[in-house]
Design a binder for this molecule. Structure first.
Ligand SMILES: CCCCCCCC/C=C\C=C\CC(=O)SCCNC(=O)CCNC(=O)[C@H](O)C(C)(C)COP(=O)(O)OP(=O)(O)OC[C@H]1O[C@@H](n2cnc3c(N)ncnc32)[C@H](O)[C@@H]1OP(=O)(O)O
Length: 264
């Protein structure tokens, strides 16, 4: 049986119709593996085609973590073919979310490093739990890897040029208060209010006529999307070449060991 990695459904609670809530539930930390990425893409594709759906809230069912980012085990010790397939799925997730016609809101109820932060940044609005133990950011350089241009573009479009230089080169992970200050997230609320606040925010976004909002969103995001669309194959090749290097594999191995030791 296939593992159900997320739940998506249309809700009509409190008069809010046409809003789906997607809950990632891939224990222990919602790391984005091929299966979860594929499930997310299929669910989003279905919602996108459903005329009764206008908005999507994405959140986590795992305690303390929104998403740990890309699953390192999909990139460590795997064949070039596997790495290529995996990277195509990462691209697909980004393209679908960044270009979504739906209003997308990230209800970030836990830590959200690297690919988890990327996913949240593809949304139209971000609400994070105000818990100083949580962190969010693109920390790739800390793992000895390089975030590709479309990760960088998404961050730059969100927080601006100078902040991106600092954030990306140093691989900074921000506390919720710091993330709010630089504009990486839009709102902080107590942990138990993240989802209800997301629902309230959704009401505001849905008050705008869909066609006007969608055309405006596309006008702003299309150049960034087109850049990846016209370089998809090269981007996969670059990724496979980069990730297959002995030095990069070694860095990933050391990082995985560090994660395990930190736990012990
Ligand atoms: C020249 C240009 C070329 C361009 C090429 C492009 C190259 C780009 C390549 C890659 C880009 C990658 C982006 C990413 O997303 S990489 C992933 C980065 N993620 C992280 O650094 C997060 C790591 N995890 C954590 O910090 C914590 O786990 C946290 C999310 C804060 C949760 O903490 P906690 O609740 O304490 O949980 P544990 O740390 O105990 O973790 C539980 C188990 O899960 C394993 N784990 C955690 N994260 C990952 C992950 N991302 N992938 C795989 N596995 C992960 C962890 O090891 C524990 O495992 P175990 O129980 O077996 O010990």
């Amino acid at each position: 049986a296939t593992k159900m990695a997320l739940r998506a459904g249309l809700r009509s609670k409190r008069g809010l119709t046409g809003v789906a809530v997607m809950r990632m539930q891939s224990p222990p930390v919602n790391s984005l593996n091929l299966e979860l990425l594929t499930d997310i893409c299929i669910a989003l594709e279905k919602l996108e085609m459903d005329k009764s759906c206008r908005g999507l809230i994405i959140t986590s069912n795992q305690p303390k973590v929104f998403s740990a980012g890309l699953d390192i085990l999909e990139m460590y010790g795997k064949s070039p073919e596997h790495c290529g397939e995996f990277w195509k799925a990462v691209q697909e997730m980004w393209l679908k979310f960044y270009g979504s016609n739906l209003v997308t809101i990230a209800a970030i109820n836990g830590s959200s490093p690297a690919g988890g932060c990327l996913m949240a940044m593809t949304c139209d609005y971000r609400i994070m739990a105000d818990n100083p133990r949580y962190s969010i950011g693109l920390n790739e350089t800390q793992l000895g890897i390089v975030a590709p241009f479309w990760f960088k573009d998404t961050l730059m479009n969100t927080v601006g040029h100078r902040t991106t230089e600092m954030a990306l080169e140093l691989g900074l992970l921000y506390s919720p208060a710091e993330a709010l200050k630089i504009g990486m997230v839009d709102q902080l609320v107590p942990e138990d209010q993240v989802l209800t606040t997301a629902t309230e925010a959704m009401t505001k976004w849905l008050a705008i006529p869909d066609h006007a909002r969608q055309i405006t969103k596309s006008m702003i995001r299309k150049p960034t999307i087109d850049k990846l669309m016209s370089n998809r194959e090269d981007d996969v090749k670059n990724f496979v070449k980069f990730i297959s290097k002995d030095s990069i594999q070694k860095s990933l191995g050391v990082y995985l060991e560090m994660l395990k030791k930190r736990k012990a």
